[in-house]
Design a binder for this molecule. Structure first.
Ligand code: ZN
Length: 399
C-alpha cells in the first residue's frame, strides 16, 4: 500500500489561517484595527456574541459560545494577536502565508496565530456538528503579549468583564515539540530583570584609586556568573532536567565609562534571570543583597521586572479538567509530556485566577517562535483543530 499524501492547502481552515497571517499585527508600531476586524467578522459568521474590552490601542476581543449550563464555571481558550517583528532573510515573504512542501510559512504560524484560528475552527466545527457543551466556552484574543502583556492580559484580568467570565479552566500558548508527543506546561519560570548599579570615586586612569567602580562590578559579575555555571552544570549533569526546570541567569547589558583615561563614577550590569519554580524568592533576593554589600559601598539593585511567585497548575487527579483533557488527547493515541515553560507567557497573569495550562497542539515540528522562516506543517495545524475539538468536548462537559 502506498501512503497517500493529503493536500491540505484547499482546506477551509488553512485558507482562513492564510488570510489571518496576511493581516499584520506586528511590533513595535502595532495596530490592532485590522486584526480586530478580521476576528469580529469570524464571530459574526459563526453567529457568536462578542465583547470588546480595554482600549482601542490595546483591545481584548471575547467571543462566546454559550453552554447548556452557563452557570457552571467556563472554559477559556486564550491567544494573543500580536507578533514580534521580522528579521533576517526569509525564504517566503513573512506575511504572504505561502505554502511549500506541506508547510505554511509566516510570522505567527507558531506564535500564535495558528492557535487563534484553531480555537475558532474547533468551535465552528462543533457547532456545525450540532454539538452543545455543558459549559460556556470563551475565546479571548489579547494584545501586547510580545511586549510582556502589561497592557494586555495583566489589565484584562482586573476587569469586571474578566471576572464575569467565571473561568474554571484556561488554555494559553505552549511550545512546539520536535518529537511525537505534545508538551503541556503546568507553570512557568518567574522573570526577574535587574540592573546592579556600582558607584565609586571617579579618578585618573593611571592610578590605583580606592573605591573603584570597576572592582565592584567585577565582583557582581563574578557572583552571578558563578551561580550561572552551577545551574548550567545541573542541566548537564541531570538528563531528567529540561531548561524549564533550572534557573537561568544572563548578563544582558554593561554600561559605563566616559573616556579611556577616566575611571568612571558608575558601572551598571543588567541581568535577565528566570527563576525556576523551586526557588525561594526571599532567599534569592537576600543573596543578591549580600553580594551587593560584599562588592562595597554604593552598590544597589534596580529591578526592571520582579514577577511574583505563582504556583504551577495542578496536573493530577485533583484537577478534573486536566484529567478530562489528558484523556481526550490520549484517546487519539498521542502521548503527553509535562514541563515547565522556560519563558514567560500571559498565563502568569491568569494563573492566580484560575487553573491554566500552556498548550498548543504542535508536535513533529521544531519550535520556531520569533525565528526566521517560522513555519508549521499543515498536517500539524489540521490535526490541532481536531485536538481542540476533542479537548473542548471533554473539559466543556466536566461535571
Ligand atoms: Zn506567543
Amino acid at each position: 500500500m502506498s501512503t497517500v499524501e493529503i493536500d491540505y492547502s484547499k482546506h477551509a481552515a488553512v485558507i482562513n489561517l492564510q488570510n489571518y497571517l496576511r493581516v499584520k499585527c506586528v511590533h513595535p508600531d502595532v495596530n490592532y484595527d485590522d486584526t480586530i476586524n478580521f476576528l469580529t467578522a469570524q464571530a459574526t459568521a459563526m453567529g457568536l456574541p462578542q465583547k470588546h474590552v480595554l482600549s482601542p490601542n490595546n483591545p481584548v476581543l471575547l467571543i462566546t459560545w454559550e453552554g447548556l449550563q452557563p452557570e457552571l464555571p467556563s472554559i477559556l481558550l486564550n491567544s494573543h494577536m500580536d507578533t514580534v517583528p521580522v528579521e533576517g532573510t526569509w525564504k517566503h515573504a513573512p506575511f504572504a502565508a505561502e505554502i511549500e512542501d506541506g508547510n505554511i510559512y509566516g510570522r505567527g504560524t507558531q506564535d500564535m496565530k495558528s492557535a487563534s484560528i484553531q480555537h475558532l475552527e474547533a468551535v465552528r466545527a462543533l457547532i456545525a456538528k450540532g454539538k452543545r457543551l455543558k459549559r460556556t466556552v470563551h475565546l479571548s484574543f489579547v494584545p501586547d503579549e510580545e511586549k510582556g502583556g502589561e497592557r494586555g492580559m495583566r489589565e484584562f484580568v482586573k476587569t469586571e468583564a474578566f471576572r464575569s467570565l467565571n473561568v474554571g479552566f484556561a488554555l494559553d500558548e505552549g511550545l512546539a515539540n520536535a518529537g511525537e508527543e505534545y508538551l503541556v506546561f503546568s507553570g512557568e519560570k518567574t522573570k526577574w530583570q535587574m540592573k546592579i548599579v556600582c558607584t565609586g570615586k571617579a579618578g585618573h586612569g593611571s592610578m590605583f584609586l580606592p573605591d573603584n567602580s570597576g572592582e565592584k562590578v567585577r565582583h557582581i559579575i563574578n557572583r552571578f556568573m558563578e551561580l550561572r555555571d552551577k545551574y548550567r552544570q545541573q542541566l548537564v549533569d541531570d538528563a531528567s532536567l529540561t531548561i524549564g526546570d533550572v534557573t537561568t541567569i544572563n548578563l544582558t547589558k554593561l554600561e559605563g565609562g566616559v573616556l579611556t583615561n577616566i575611571v568612571p563614577e558608575k558601572f551598571t550590569a543588567t541581568f535577565d534571570i528566570r527563576l525556576a519554580t523551586t526557588v525561594n524568592h526571599e532567599l534569592f533576593e537576600n543573596m543578591i543583597n549580600r553580594w551587593c554589600k560584599e562588592a562595597g559601598s554604593g552598590v544597589t539593585i534596580e529591578f526592571e521586572s520582579k514577577d511574583p511567585y505563582t504556583p504551577p497548575t495542578r496536573m493530577d487527579n485533583s484537577n478534573a479538567y486536566w484529567v478530562a483533557m489528558k484523556g481526550s488527547i490520549e484517546n487519539m493515541g498521542i502521548s503527553i509530556t509535562q514541563r515547565t515553560l522556560p519563558a514567560t507567557s500571559d498565563a502568569r497573569f491568569l494563573r492566580s485566577h484560575c487553573p491554566v495550562l500552556n498548550f498548543t497542539p504542535m508536535r513533529r515540528v521544531p519550535p520556531m517562535p520569533h525565528q526566521t522562516d517560522e513555519r508549521l506543517p499543515l498536517q500539524v495545524f489540521v490535526e490541532g483543530i481536531q485536538v481542540y475539538e476533542n479537548i473542548l468536548q471533554a473539559v466543556g462537559n466536566v461535571q
